[in-house]
Design a binder for this molecule. Structure first.
Ligand code: RP5
Length: 170
């Protein structure tokens, strides 16, 4: 689905979030889901962030992934302006190791949900976005199932090899 209209926006609060948030992009790319990636801080770019959230549905976006660290209000600020599913990624930065961002992202008021993944869980945010999209898009469903099967098969092979290597030393 490359070069097609994006179904997912990956947004983050700062350029310093890119190394982790790129993992979400890698997953979407691997599973063939069209997306765009941008930086928009809830605090430093409040009007741009509001516009992004308000226009997303009419642009054809179906899921928003929002990652931020410290006083991480980005996912919540976006969820306040759209009824699209918003997946929040709390990022590890600053002195509190990401717990600050986790609490800021997950503790949303009733009626304005943010589906929050683990600290630095950008890859899982993308897998969750794919799960949501798989309800409507059979090709995303197939890609997701295929990825799951391959991951399990690879793990079984690796585990067998590791056990055999350990047993050979007895
Ligand atoms: C948050 O503050 C950003 O999402 C980032 O994780 C953190 C630090 O931002 P910078 O000071 O590196 O721009 O808003």
């Amino acid at each position: 689905m490359k070069n097609e209209k994006p179904l997912v926006i990956i947004v983050m609060g700062s350029e310093s979030d890119l190394p982790i948030m790129k993992k979400a992009a890698n997953v979407l790319d691997e599973l063939g889901v069209s997306f765009e990636m941008t930086i928009s801080s809830a605090h430093r770019m409040p009007e741009e962030t509001t516009r992004l959230a308000k226009l997303a549905r009419q642009r054809g976006i179906e899921v928003i992934i929002a990652g931020a660290g410290m006083a991480a209000h980005l996912a919540g600020a976006i969820a306040a302006h759209t009824t699209l599913p918003v997946i929040g990624v709390p990022l590890k930065s600053g002195e509190l190791g990401g717990v600050d961002a986790l609490y800021s992202t997950v503790q949303m008021p009733s009626g304005i949900p943010v589906a929050t993944v683990a600290i630095n869980g950008a890859a899982n945010a993308a897998y969750l976005a794919c799960s949501i999209l798989s309800i409507k898009y059979p090709e995303i469903h197939a890609a997701l199932e295929d990825k799951r099967t391959k991951t399990t098969e690879a793990l079984i092979k690796k585990s067998e090899a590791a056990c055999n290597a350990a047993l050979a030393k007895i």
